[in-house]
Design a protein around this ligand. Structure first.
Ligand SMILES: Cc1cc2nc3c(=O)[nH]c(=O)nc-3n(C[C@H](O)[C@H](O)[C@H](O)COP(=O)(O)O)c2cc1C
Length: 208
């Protein structure tokens, strides 16, 4: 029990420690660390275990700069992509057998950013990019979809922590809107066509 408690503390610590890092020092990330990050992605859960993700690892400086040119939202450019040491382009194959291929690939990305954090490597999700241009540039087959890019590198300075909403404003227990009926769900369950038969059985066996 004590051991489990320690482990869960560590998971939450890493989750809270992960930041979107936008200033990198350009130092190379050891290949073993990249492999560990990819391994964390590989072990993500996926619908029907279809594992629809495909990862493209980009490390060449010139290629990183070209990719950065395709990463912007309106006038906001993600210049940090060009300063990253490595970019992992997360693609998903819609025909791999999972209806949830976008979610699956996003979970793989989450695993990878958490693994990077635990290795002392900064990361940043990039969701704003010109998909078609990137696809051509990286020779990605037409049927694949680019889900996101993960920029990786060693952080310069310290990124401030963006606030999170308190649990009290995002969590709803039992139903979204509060109804003063504690057995609302039980009542709903017993309103089906077999409810009379169910009630009879409960009376016979003295169950609620
Ligand atoms: C799906 C997704 C797409 C994102 N796209 C971008 C992006 O294009 N450029 C960027 O600089 N940050 C991007 N971010 C990072 C968010 O801005 C960041 O997660 C958010 O501000 C919270 O900060 P934190 O990650 O440090 O907790 C993205 C994050 C997610 C999850």
């Amino acid at each position: 029990m004590q051991e489990n408690l320690k482990e869960s503390d560590t998971v939450l610590d890493i989750i809270k420690k992960r930041r979107s890092v936008r200033r990198f020092d350009g130092a190379e990330i050891p290949h073993e660390a990249i492999e560990q990050i990819l391994e964390a992605g590989r072990w993500a859960p996926s619908g029907a275990n279809a594992q629809p993700w495909r990862f493209i690892v980009v490390t060449e400086k010139e290629n990183l700069k070209s990719i950065a040119e395709c990463c912007y939202y309106k006038v906001f450019k993600s210049r940090h992509v060009g300063e990253a040491s490595t970019v992992v382009v997360i693609c998903a194959d819609p025909d791999a057998g999972s209806q949830t291929y976008i979610l699956d690939a996003a979970i793989a990305g989450t695993n990878m950013t958490l693994m990077a954090t635990s290795l002392g490597i900064g990361s940043c999700w990039i969701g704003a990019f010109e998909e078609q241009t990137l696809k051509k540039m990286l020779c990605i087959p037409e049927n694949l979809k680019i889900i996101a890019l993960i920029a990786l590198g060693y952080e310069v300075g310290k990124t401030s922590v963006p606030p999170r909403l308190p649990l009290s404003s995002i969590v709803h227990y039992e139903t979204y809107e509060y109804k003063n009926e504690p057995d609302l769900i039980t009542k709903k369950k017993s309103s089906g066509p077999f409810s009379v038969f169910g009630k009879l059985l409960r009376v016979l066996f003295n169950r609620r």
